[in-house]
Design a protein around this ligand. Structure first.
Ligand code: BGC
Length: 461
Protein backbone atom coordinates (compact mmCIF):
# COMPACT_ATOMS: atom_id res chain seq x y z
CA UNK A 1 0.00 0.00 0.00
CA UNK A 2 1.44 3.33 -1.05
CA UNK A 3 0.84 6.55 0.84
CA UNK A 4 -0.10 9.48 -1.37
CA UNK A 5 0.61 12.77 0.35
CA UNK A 6 0.09 16.35 -0.78
CA UNK A 7 1.63 19.44 0.79
CA UNK A 8 -0.13 21.27 3.60
CA UNK A 9 -1.23 24.20 1.41
CA UNK A 10 -2.73 21.98 -1.28
CA UNK A 11 -6.19 23.26 -2.16
CA UNK A 12 -8.80 20.60 -1.57
CA UNK A 13 -12.33 21.61 -2.29
CA UNK A 14 -15.35 21.39 -4.47
CA UNK A 15 -16.82 23.28 -7.38
CA UNK A 16 -20.34 24.27 -8.17
CA UNK A 17 -22.05 27.18 -9.88
CA UNK A 18 -24.78 29.77 -9.25
CA UNK A 19 -27.23 28.64 -11.94
CA UNK A 20 -26.94 25.03 -10.83
CA UNK A 21 -27.55 25.60 -7.14
CA UNK A 22 -29.11 28.91 -6.19
CA UNK A 23 -32.74 28.67 -7.35
CA UNK A 24 -34.47 31.75 -5.80
CA UNK A 25 -35.65 32.83 -9.24
CA UNK A 26 -38.15 35.27 -7.77
CA UNK A 27 -35.62 37.08 -5.57
CA UNK A 28 -33.29 40.04 -6.08
CA UNK A 29 -35.19 41.15 -9.22
CA UNK A 30 -33.25 38.43 -10.99
CA UNK A 31 -33.68 38.41 -14.77
CA UNK A 32 -33.68 35.31 -16.94
CA UNK A 33 -30.58 33.60 -18.26
CA UNK A 34 -30.68 31.52 -21.43
CA UNK A 35 -31.10 28.46 -19.22
CA UNK A 36 -34.02 29.86 -17.22
CA UNK A 37 -35.69 30.81 -20.47
CA UNK A 38 -35.04 27.48 -22.14
CA UNK A 39 -36.35 25.50 -19.23
CA UNK A 40 -39.46 27.67 -19.11
CA UNK A 41 -40.19 27.23 -22.82
CA UNK A 42 -38.98 23.63 -23.33
CA UNK A 43 -39.10 21.74 -20.03
CA UNK A 44 -39.44 18.44 -21.89
CA UNK A 45 -35.79 18.72 -22.98
CA UNK A 46 -34.65 18.45 -19.36
CA UNK A 47 -34.50 15.12 -17.57
CA UNK A 48 -37.80 14.63 -15.74
CA UNK A 49 -38.61 18.22 -16.71
CA UNK A 50 -36.79 19.46 -13.63
CA UNK A 51 -35.44 22.97 -13.04
CA UNK A 52 -32.79 23.52 -10.31
CA UNK A 53 -34.08 22.38 -6.91
CA UNK A 54 -31.08 23.19 -4.69
CA UNK A 55 -31.82 26.28 -2.69
CA UNK A 56 -28.51 27.95 -1.97
CA UNK A 57 -29.99 31.43 -2.37
CA UNK A 58 -31.78 30.78 0.91
CA UNK A 59 -29.77 27.97 2.47
CA UNK A 60 -26.20 29.01 1.74
CA UNK A 61 -25.31 28.45 5.40
CA UNK A 62 -26.19 24.77 5.03
CA UNK A 63 -23.88 24.48 2.06
CA UNK A 64 -21.04 26.16 3.95
CA UNK A 65 -21.64 23.87 6.92
CA UNK A 66 -21.35 20.83 4.67
CA UNK A 67 -18.14 22.23 3.16
CA UNK A 68 -16.78 22.75 6.67
CA UNK A 69 -17.84 19.28 7.80
CA UNK A 70 -15.95 17.89 4.81
CA UNK A 71 -12.81 19.86 5.80
CA UNK A 72 -12.68 21.69 2.49
CA UNK A 73 -10.25 24.60 2.44
CA UNK A 74 -11.69 26.13 -0.73
CA UNK A 75 -14.97 26.26 -2.64
CA UNK A 76 -15.81 27.55 -6.10
CA UNK A 77 -19.15 28.85 -7.17
CA UNK A 78 -20.22 31.43 -9.73
CA UNK A 79 -21.95 34.75 -9.40
CA UNK A 80 -25.03 34.96 -11.57
CA UNK A 81 -24.84 38.04 -13.76
CA UNK A 82 -28.65 37.92 -14.04
CA UNK A 83 -28.98 38.12 -10.27
CA UNK A 84 -26.27 40.65 -9.53
CA UNK A 85 -27.06 43.02 -12.42
CA UNK A 86 -30.51 41.94 -13.67
CA UNK A 87 -30.76 44.55 -16.44
CA UNK A 88 -27.05 44.70 -17.15
CA UNK A 89 -26.89 48.30 -15.94
CA UNK A 90 -27.79 48.42 -12.26
CA UNK A 91 -26.68 46.35 -9.30
CA UNK A 92 -29.38 44.57 -7.32
CA UNK A 93 -28.71 45.58 -3.70
CA UNK A 94 -30.41 42.39 -2.43
CA UNK A 95 -28.16 40.25 -4.61
CA UNK A 96 -25.10 42.17 -3.49
CA UNK A 97 -26.03 41.47 0.12
CA UNK A 98 -26.68 37.81 -0.61
CA UNK A 99 -23.31 37.20 -2.24
CA UNK A 100 -21.52 39.19 0.45
CA UNK A 101 -23.16 37.11 3.19
CA UNK A 102 -22.50 33.85 1.35
CA UNK A 103 -18.82 34.64 0.79
CA UNK A 104 -18.40 36.04 4.33
CA UNK A 105 -19.82 32.82 5.74
CA UNK A 106 -17.20 30.86 3.78
CA UNK A 107 -14.45 33.15 5.06
CA UNK A 108 -15.64 32.83 8.67
CA UNK A 109 -15.15 29.11 8.21
CA UNK A 110 -11.66 29.53 6.76
CA UNK A 111 -12.75 28.39 3.35
CA UNK A 112 -11.14 30.18 0.42
CA UNK A 113 -13.65 31.73 -1.95
CA UNK A 114 -13.25 31.11 -5.64
CA UNK A 115 -15.78 32.98 -7.75
CA UNK A 116 -16.40 32.51 -11.42
CA UNK A 117 -18.12 35.27 -13.38
CA UNK A 118 -19.95 33.14 -15.91
CA UNK A 119 -20.84 29.47 -15.97
CA UNK A 120 -22.82 29.16 -19.23
CA UNK A 121 -25.55 31.55 -17.98
CA UNK A 122 -25.68 34.31 -20.58
CA UNK A 123 -28.42 36.83 -19.70
CA UNK A 124 -31.50 36.59 -21.87
CA UNK A 125 -31.50 40.35 -22.58
CA UNK A 126 -28.02 39.94 -24.08
CA UNK A 127 -28.88 36.73 -25.91
CA UNK A 128 -31.79 38.53 -27.60
CA UNK A 129 -29.33 41.06 -29.01
CA UNK A 130 -27.09 38.31 -30.42
CA UNK A 131 -25.22 37.38 -27.24
CA UNK A 132 -21.46 36.96 -27.63
CA UNK A 133 -21.77 36.99 -31.42
CA UNK A 134 -21.71 40.77 -30.98
CA UNK A 135 -18.85 43.03 -29.93
CA UNK A 136 -21.28 44.87 -27.67
CA UNK A 137 -21.32 41.87 -25.33
CA UNK A 138 -17.68 42.46 -24.42
CA UNK A 139 -18.25 45.88 -22.88
CA UNK A 140 -21.38 44.67 -21.07
CA UNK A 141 -19.42 41.84 -19.50
CA UNK A 142 -16.47 43.99 -18.47
CA UNK A 143 -18.84 46.41 -16.75
CA UNK A 144 -20.46 43.53 -14.88
CA UNK A 145 -17.05 42.14 -13.91
CA UNK A 146 -15.83 45.51 -12.68
CA UNK A 147 -18.89 45.87 -10.46
CA UNK A 148 -18.34 42.36 -9.10
CA UNK A 149 -14.64 43.06 -8.38
CA UNK A 150 -15.54 46.24 -6.52
CA UNK A 151 -18.41 44.66 -4.61
CA UNK A 152 -16.76 41.40 -3.53
CA UNK A 153 -13.03 42.04 -3.99
CA UNK A 154 -12.36 41.94 -0.26
CA UNK A 155 -13.98 38.49 0.07
CA UNK A 156 -12.99 36.59 -3.05
CA UNK A 157 -9.56 34.95 -3.06
CA UNK A 158 -9.52 33.84 -6.68
CA UNK A 159 -11.62 35.01 -9.60
CA UNK A 160 -12.30 33.12 -12.78
CA UNK A 161 -13.64 34.91 -15.82
CA UNK A 162 -15.29 31.87 -17.41
CA UNK A 163 -15.92 28.22 -16.82
CA UNK A 164 -15.24 26.11 -19.93
CA UNK A 165 -15.76 28.81 -22.59
CA UNK A 166 -15.59 26.21 -25.37
CA UNK A 167 -18.71 24.43 -24.10
CA UNK A 168 -21.36 27.03 -25.01
CA UNK A 169 -19.59 27.44 -28.37
CA UNK A 170 -19.47 23.72 -29.05
CA UNK A 171 -22.98 23.03 -27.84
CA UNK A 172 -24.62 26.17 -29.23
CA UNK A 173 -22.84 26.60 -32.59
CA UNK A 174 -21.20 23.30 -33.53
CA UNK A 175 -24.12 21.16 -32.42
CA UNK A 176 -27.59 22.06 -31.28
CA UNK A 177 -27.66 21.01 -27.63
CA UNK A 178 -27.48 24.51 -26.04
CA UNK A 179 -29.00 27.81 -27.17
CA UNK A 180 -28.94 29.21 -29.81
CA UNK A 181 -28.72 25.63 -31.14
CA UNK A 182 -27.45 26.32 -34.64
CA UNK A 183 -24.58 24.86 -36.64
CA UNK A 184 -22.50 27.70 -37.97
CA UNK A 185 -18.71 27.50 -37.90
CA UNK A 186 -18.14 31.19 -38.55
CA UNK A 187 -20.50 32.36 -35.82
CA UNK A 188 -19.07 29.76 -33.44
CA UNK A 189 -15.52 31.04 -33.87
CA UNK A 190 -16.76 34.62 -33.61
CA UNK A 191 -18.26 33.80 -30.22
CA UNK A 192 -15.10 32.03 -29.10
CA UNK A 193 -12.98 34.99 -30.19
CA UNK A 194 -15.27 37.43 -28.42
CA UNK A 195 -15.07 35.31 -25.27
CA UNK A 196 -11.32 35.47 -25.52
CA UNK A 197 -11.27 39.25 -25.88
CA UNK A 198 -13.79 39.54 -23.04
CA UNK A 199 -11.52 37.42 -20.91
CA UNK A 200 -8.43 39.52 -21.66
CA UNK A 201 -10.21 42.84 -21.18
CA UNK A 202 -11.70 41.62 -17.90
CA UNK A 203 -8.26 40.58 -16.64
CA UNK A 204 -6.82 43.95 -17.69
CA UNK A 205 -9.59 45.72 -15.82
CA UNK A 206 -8.94 43.54 -12.78
CA UNK A 207 -5.23 44.37 -12.85
CA UNK A 208 -5.94 48.08 -13.15
CA UNK A 209 -7.91 47.91 -9.89
CA UNK A 210 -4.83 46.57 -8.06
CA UNK A 211 -6.76 43.97 -6.13
CA UNK A 212 -5.01 41.62 -3.71
CA UNK A 213 -6.67 38.52 -5.10
CA UNK A 214 -5.81 36.41 -8.16
CA UNK A 215 -7.56 35.89 -11.47
CA UNK A 216 -7.69 33.15 -14.06
CA UNK A 217 -9.91 31.08 -16.26
CA UNK A 218 -11.21 27.51 -16.19
CA UNK A 219 -10.86 25.29 -19.23
CA UNK A 220 -11.53 21.67 -20.10
CA UNK A 221 -8.48 20.65 -22.06
CA UNK A 222 -9.81 17.18 -22.88
CA UNK A 223 -6.87 15.16 -24.22
CA UNK A 224 -7.46 13.54 -27.62
CA UNK A 225 -6.23 9.99 -28.14
CA UNK A 226 -5.81 9.04 -31.83
CA UNK A 227 -7.07 5.62 -32.87
CA UNK A 228 -3.74 4.74 -34.48
CA UNK A 229 -0.43 6.45 -35.00
CA UNK A 230 -1.23 7.00 -38.68
CA UNK A 231 -0.70 10.51 -40.01
CA UNK A 232 -4.42 10.97 -40.62
CA UNK A 233 -5.47 9.90 -37.14
CA UNK A 234 -2.81 12.09 -35.58
CA UNK A 235 -3.96 15.03 -37.64
CA UNK A 236 -7.53 14.40 -36.46
CA UNK A 237 -6.27 14.50 -32.85
CA UNK A 238 -4.44 17.76 -33.59
CA UNK A 239 -7.63 19.31 -35.00
CA UNK A 240 -9.55 18.24 -31.95
CA UNK A 241 -6.92 19.80 -29.65
CA UNK A 242 -6.97 23.03 -31.67
CA UNK A 243 -10.72 23.20 -31.40
CA UNK A 244 -11.03 22.07 -27.80
CA UNK A 245 -8.38 24.19 -26.09
CA UNK A 246 -5.55 25.52 -28.23
CA UNK A 247 -7.80 28.14 -29.82
CA UNK A 248 -8.39 29.63 -26.37
CA UNK A 249 -5.33 28.76 -24.32
CA UNK A 250 -2.62 29.52 -26.90
CA UNK A 251 -3.70 33.17 -27.26
CA UNK A 252 -3.96 33.55 -23.47
CA UNK A 253 -0.63 32.00 -22.56
CA UNK A 254 1.44 32.43 -25.72
CA UNK A 255 -0.23 35.51 -27.18
CA UNK A 256 -1.01 33.86 -30.52
CA UNK A 257 -3.56 31.68 -32.29
CA UNK A 258 -2.67 28.27 -33.69
CA UNK A 259 -1.43 29.04 -37.23
CA UNK A 260 -3.20 25.98 -38.63
CA UNK A 261 -6.55 27.35 -37.49
CA UNK A 262 -5.93 30.82 -38.93
CA UNK A 263 -4.95 29.36 -42.32
CA UNK A 264 -7.96 27.06 -42.35
CA UNK A 265 -10.30 29.94 -41.40
CA UNK A 266 -9.00 32.11 -44.23
CA UNK A 267 -9.12 29.28 -46.76
CA UNK A 268 -12.68 28.29 -45.88
CA UNK A 269 -14.13 31.77 -45.32
CA UNK A 270 -14.86 31.65 -41.65
CA UNK A 271 -12.33 34.22 -40.46
CA UNK A 272 -14.06 36.06 -37.65
CA UNK A 273 -14.30 39.79 -37.19
CA UNK A 274 -11.32 41.12 -35.25
CA UNK A 275 -9.84 44.60 -34.98
CA UNK A 276 -6.14 45.44 -34.89
CA UNK A 277 -6.61 46.55 -31.30
CA UNK A 278 -7.90 43.07 -30.43
CA UNK A 279 -4.97 41.30 -32.11
CA UNK A 280 -2.62 43.64 -30.24
CA UNK A 281 -4.34 42.84 -26.97
CA UNK A 282 -3.76 39.13 -27.58
CA UNK A 283 -0.11 39.71 -28.50
CA UNK A 284 0.42 41.76 -25.34
CA UNK A 285 0.05 38.55 -23.24
CA UNK A 286 -2.05 39.90 -20.43
CA UNK A 287 -1.51 36.63 -18.55
CA UNK A 288 -3.39 34.82 -15.79
CA UNK A 289 -2.51 33.94 -12.21
CA UNK A 290 -4.21 30.56 -12.01
CA UNK A 291 -5.49 28.12 -14.60
CA UNK A 292 -8.36 25.81 -13.66
CA UNK A 293 -8.48 22.45 -15.40
CA UNK A 294 -11.72 20.48 -15.54
CA UNK A 295 -11.12 16.85 -16.34
CA UNK A 296 -13.63 14.04 -16.64
CA UNK A 297 -12.81 11.99 -19.69
CA UNK A 298 -10.44 11.73 -22.68
CA UNK A 299 -11.59 11.90 -26.30
CA UNK A 300 -10.89 9.06 -28.73
CA UNK A 301 -10.61 10.31 -32.27
CA UNK A 302 -9.87 9.04 -35.75
CA UNK A 303 -9.60 10.55 -39.20
CA UNK A 304 -12.84 12.12 -40.40
CA UNK A 305 -15.21 9.68 -41.99
CA UNK A 306 -16.81 12.24 -44.32
CA UNK A 307 -14.23 14.24 -46.21
CA UNK A 308 -15.77 15.88 -49.24
CA UNK A 309 -14.94 19.56 -48.86
CA UNK A 310 -15.56 21.74 -45.83
CA UNK A 311 -19.09 22.86 -45.07
CA UNK A 312 -19.56 25.80 -42.69
CA UNK A 313 -22.98 24.54 -41.72
CA UNK A 314 -21.95 21.03 -40.70
CA UNK A 315 -20.35 20.03 -37.38
CA UNK A 316 -16.54 20.16 -37.18
CA UNK A 317 -16.75 16.69 -35.77
CA UNK A 318 -17.19 14.56 -38.91
CA UNK A 319 -15.26 17.07 -41.04
CA UNK A 320 -11.97 17.47 -39.13
CA UNK A 321 -12.07 14.43 -36.91
CA UNK A 322 -14.50 11.63 -36.10
CA UNK A 323 -15.34 9.97 -32.86
CA UNK A 324 -13.88 6.59 -32.24
CA UNK A 325 -15.31 4.08 -29.79
CA UNK A 326 -12.40 2.27 -28.27
CA UNK A 327 -13.53 -1.32 -27.69
CA UNK A 328 -11.51 -1.77 -24.49
CA UNK A 329 -12.66 1.47 -22.88
CA UNK A 330 -13.76 1.44 -19.26
CA UNK A 331 -16.99 3.40 -19.39
CA UNK A 332 -19.10 5.37 -17.00
CA UNK A 333 -22.28 4.04 -18.58
CA UNK A 334 -24.46 6.70 -16.95
CA UNK A 335 -22.75 9.51 -18.79
CA UNK A 336 -21.27 7.47 -21.62
CA UNK A 337 -17.88 8.89 -20.69
CA UNK A 338 -14.70 6.87 -20.65
CA UNK A 339 -12.92 6.61 -17.30
CA UNK A 340 -9.17 6.96 -17.82
CA UNK A 341 -7.42 8.23 -14.69
CA UNK A 342 -4.00 8.51 -16.31
CA UNK A 343 -5.38 11.12 -18.72
CA UNK A 344 -5.60 13.60 -15.83
CA UNK A 345 -1.81 13.30 -15.75
CA UNK A 346 -1.67 14.00 -19.50
CA UNK A 347 -3.74 17.15 -18.94
CA UNK A 348 -1.45 18.47 -16.20
CA UNK A 349 1.75 17.51 -18.04
CA UNK A 350 0.44 19.29 -21.13
CA UNK A 351 0.31 22.53 -19.14
CA UNK A 352 3.67 21.84 -17.53
CA UNK A 353 5.40 21.13 -20.84
CA UNK A 354 3.53 23.27 -23.36
CA UNK A 355 2.12 26.18 -21.35
CA UNK A 356 5.15 27.32 -19.30
CA UNK A 357 4.12 25.24 -16.30
CA UNK A 358 1.45 27.87 -15.63
CA UNK A 359 0.21 27.71 -12.04
CA UNK A 360 -2.81 25.42 -12.24
CA UNK A 361 -5.18 23.25 -10.26
CA UNK A 362 -7.71 20.58 -11.08
CA UNK A 363 -10.90 22.60 -10.86
CA UNK A 364 -13.37 19.76 -11.55
CA UNK A 365 -13.14 16.00 -11.46
CA UNK A 366 -15.87 13.56 -10.51
CA UNK A 367 -18.24 10.86 -11.54
CA UNK A 368 -21.93 11.23 -12.31
CA UNK A 369 -24.05 8.19 -11.53
CA UNK A 370 -27.76 7.70 -12.17
CA UNK A 371 -30.20 6.03 -9.78
CA UNK A 372 -27.78 6.05 -6.86
CA UNK A 373 -30.63 4.95 -4.62
CA UNK A 374 -29.86 1.35 -5.56
CA UNK A 375 -26.61 1.70 -3.65
CA UNK A 376 -28.40 2.75 -0.49
CA UNK A 377 -28.17 0.78 2.69
CA UNK A 378 -28.39 2.01 6.30
CA UNK A 379 -29.98 5.15 4.87
CA UNK A 380 -26.72 6.08 3.15
CA UNK A 381 -25.60 5.86 -0.46
CA UNK A 382 -22.62 3.52 -0.36
CA UNK A 383 -20.73 5.06 -3.25
CA UNK A 384 -17.47 3.15 -2.94
CA UNK A 385 -17.06 3.58 -6.72
CA UNK A 386 -16.75 7.35 -6.19
CA UNK A 387 -14.00 6.91 -3.61
CA UNK A 388 -12.13 4.64 -6.03
CA UNK A 389 -12.58 7.20 -8.80
CA UNK A 390 -11.07 9.99 -6.67
CA UNK A 391 -8.17 7.84 -5.47
CA UNK A 392 -7.28 6.63 -8.94
CA UNK A 393 -7.21 10.19 -10.27
CA UNK A 394 -5.36 11.63 -7.29
CA UNK A 395 -2.55 9.12 -7.73
CA UNK A 396 -1.90 10.56 -11.19
CA UNK A 397 -2.21 14.16 -10.01
CA UNK A 398 0.35 13.36 -7.35
CA UNK A 399 2.73 11.79 -9.87
CA UNK A 400 2.59 14.91 -12.07
CA UNK A 401 3.36 17.12 -9.07
CA UNK A 402 6.27 14.90 -8.10
CA UNK A 403 7.59 15.49 -11.59
CA UNK A 404 7.51 19.24 -11.12
CA UNK A 405 4.05 20.25 -12.37
CA UNK A 406 2.90 23.46 -10.70
CA UNK A 407 -0.46 22.01 -9.71
CA UNK A 408 -1.67 23.49 -6.43
CA UNK A 409 -4.98 21.81 -5.80
CA UNK A 410 -7.78 19.39 -6.55
CA UNK A 411 -11.48 20.24 -6.60
CA UNK A 412 -14.22 17.74 -7.09
CA UNK A 413 -17.49 18.22 -8.86
CA UNK A 414 -19.37 18.47 -6.51
CA UNK A 415 -20.22 18.81 -2.82
CA UNK A 416 -24.01 18.36 -2.96
CA UNK A 417 -25.89 16.75 -5.86
CA UNK A 418 -26.93 19.59 -8.12
CA UNK A 419 -28.68 20.38 -11.34
CA UNK A 420 -26.71 19.79 -14.54
CA UNK A 421 -27.96 21.48 -17.68
CA UNK A 422 -30.07 19.11 -19.80
CA UNK A 423 -29.35 16.17 -17.50
CA UNK A 424 -31.00 18.02 -14.61
CA UNK A 425 -30.79 15.56 -11.68
CA UNK A 426 -30.26 12.36 -13.68
CA UNK A 427 -26.57 11.87 -12.90
CA UNK A 428 -25.53 12.66 -9.36
CA UNK A 429 -22.01 13.84 -8.56
CA UNK A 430 -22.21 14.96 -4.94
CA UNK A 431 -20.61 13.83 -1.70
CA UNK A 432 -24.03 14.64 -0.28
CA UNK A 433 -27.26 13.29 -1.66
CA UNK A 434 -30.02 15.80 -2.33
CA UNK A 435 -33.58 14.56 -2.05
CA UNK A 436 -35.36 16.84 -4.48
CA UNK A 437 -38.84 16.35 -3.03
CA UNK A 438 -37.90 17.49 0.48
CA UNK A 439 -34.68 19.43 -0.05
CA UNK A 440 -33.01 17.18 2.55
CA UNK A 441 -29.32 16.36 2.23
CA UNK A 442 -27.52 13.27 3.50
CA UNK A 443 -23.83 12.45 3.45
CA UNK A 444 -22.83 9.58 1.16
CA UNK A 445 -20.03 7.17 2.02
CA UNK A 446 -17.65 9.19 -0.16
CA UNK A 447 -18.15 12.24 2.07
CA UNK A 448 -16.63 10.34 4.97
CA UNK A 449 -13.62 9.34 2.90
CA UNK A 450 -13.18 12.75 1.32
CA UNK A 451 -13.36 14.61 4.63
CA UNK A 452 -10.54 12.46 6.02
CA UNK A 453 -8.48 12.99 2.91
CA UNK A 454 -9.11 16.76 3.01
CA UNK A 455 -8.09 16.93 6.65
CA UNK A 456 -4.86 14.97 6.37
CA UNK A 457 -4.09 15.72 2.72
CA UNK A 458 -3.01 12.13 2.33
CA UNK A 459 -4.48 8.69 1.78
CA UNK A 460 -3.36 5.11 1.32
CA UNK A 461 -3.70 3.94 -2.23
C1 BGC B 1 -19.53 21.61 -15.90
C2 BGC B 1 -20.61 21.52 -14.87
C3 BGC B 1 -21.43 20.26 -15.06
C4 BGC B 1 -20.49 19.07 -14.97
C5 BGC B 1 -21.16 17.73 -15.04
C6 BGC B 1 -18.80 20.29 -16.05
O1 BGC B 1 -18.06 20.24 -17.20
O2 BGC B 1 -18.65 22.66 -15.58
O3 BGC B 1 -21.40 22.66 -14.93
O4 BGC B 1 -22.48 20.16 -14.17
O5 BGC B 1 -19.59 19.17 -16.04
O6 BGC B 1 -21.82 17.49 -16.25
Amino acid sequence: MKNIKFNKDFLIGAATSGPQTESGFDLDKKSESVWDFWHKTNPELFFDGLAPQNNVRKNFKDLVRMAKDTNLNSLRTSIQWTRFMPDGKNISQEALEFYREYFSELKRNNIKVMACLMHFDVPMWLHEKGGFETKESIEHFVLYAENAFKSFGDLVDTWFVFNEPIVPVEMGYFNTLHLPGIIDVKKGYQVLFNYLITCLKTIKKFKSLEMKSEIGVIVNITPPIPRTQSKEDQEAAEWFAIFQYKSFLDPIIHGEFPQKLLEHAVKHNYMWEASQEEWDLIASKVGIDLLGLNYYSPKRVQKPIKQNGFDLFKPLEEQLWSNYTYPGARMNVHRNWEILPEAIYTVIKNVQNNYNNQKMFISENGIGVAKEQVFKSDNRIQDAYRIEFFKEHLVWVHKAIQEGANCIGYHIWTLVDNWSWLNAYKNRYGLYELECATGETRAKLSQEWFSKFALKKEFDE
